[in-house]
Design a protein around this ligand. Sequence first.
Ligand code: UDP
Ligand code: GLC
Length: 403
Amino acid sequence: MPCRQIFPAILFLDQSGELGGAELCLADIAEFSGEGAAVFLFQDGPFAELLRARNIAVHLATLAKTAARVDKAAGLFAYLRAAPGMMMLIFRGLRIAKDFDLLYANTAKALIVGAVLAFVLRKKFCFHLHDILSADHFSAINRRLIVSLANRAEVVVANSLATAEAFQSNGGKKGLVRVIPNGFEVSRFRTTLRRQPCELTGGIPPGDFPLVGLFGRITRWKGQDVLIKALADLPGVHGLIVGEALFTAEDRVFRSEIRKLAADLGVADRIHFVGFCRDVVPLFFRVDLVVHCSTSPEPFGRVIVEAMLAGRPVIAAKAGGALEIVKDHETGLLVEPSDSHALAGAIHQLLENRRLAATLSESAKRDAEERFGLQGVLEQWKQCIREVTRPKQRYAWQSSTIT
Ligand code: UDP
Ligand code: GLC
């Protein structure tokens, strides 16, 4: 499947060593980009391992702690403290990047590094925007910095219309943006083999009870608390929470809070935390339906598409990219974000009306296979990269000398 000889040599840049959705998306793109491609990471970890396992070259230069601590809410002071660490990284990046034709930043910090490297080395760069630039997630200084650097890119690839619109409403140039969704290897979700689910550390007790899955990293805006509250309205229904607190100390605080919430609401014995799972597919087959509970607009939402491909009925929070994936009452149900009673109502409806659930999930599977198949999405991406890297056409009059 790799696209040898067709692409320029691309150096992808990403700040994370963890397996977030942006990194899983990048792994597919980097593999497709052929032998000339490599990924420059600012942190070691499972993402680096995954890339190496897929024979993708990895260059590692760890970001100094002061710079690694700059988060999406960072202000000016945090940036000033981070400057020396960023400079060191850029310095190391110069030696790596000089051999590539195109730089491709996949995260905000990667954009800062990539834009500077591209400027110094006089190379083209692109930016893949996976986040909705809103005050919910990014400080004003972060938004301004991201938009002004991204406006110098050859192209900004947005994972949804919602992401593209937020970029533009923060001053992003309209003509720069291409909307390309994430793509998925559809055959992974067709398996009928009963594989062993990964280690269920929470231990699901045996028994015949309805099981609702929530897949995704544990962080406040992913709304695991909304599902826990909804299950308090639904005696006998169990919840499977798949994912881990991956990125920040605040994520780990939230993980303790939701465990306490489950205990306080008396539902702890019905909520099963299984931690991060490398292969989520068997767990999709284990649940009766999948909910997506993000309390802020989801930029895209890989887990929603994955659930649809696995043929699970889906209930998603009505905002952001989820609105572009799920058609209400056609391929799933949409509920107001953060409304645990509405979520409980929708879960009840699908558990009671199995025919409706089956009709929605069958349409959803067909729709997701049609729109989000990996090959089709990678073709869109290839077309986009070709357009931006194609040498500008020279006309006869441009090369003629005026005497
Ligand atoms: N995921 C995973 N193991 C887990 C939980 C999630 O591999 O235990 C994957 C999930 O299948 C999806 C990605 O992580 O592909 C999360 O992407 P999404 O776009 O839903 O959210 P993000 O975390 O990127 O905001
Ligand atoms: C980000 C977003 C998520 C999206 C993923 C892949 O992590 O939070 O919504 O699906 O990137 O584009």
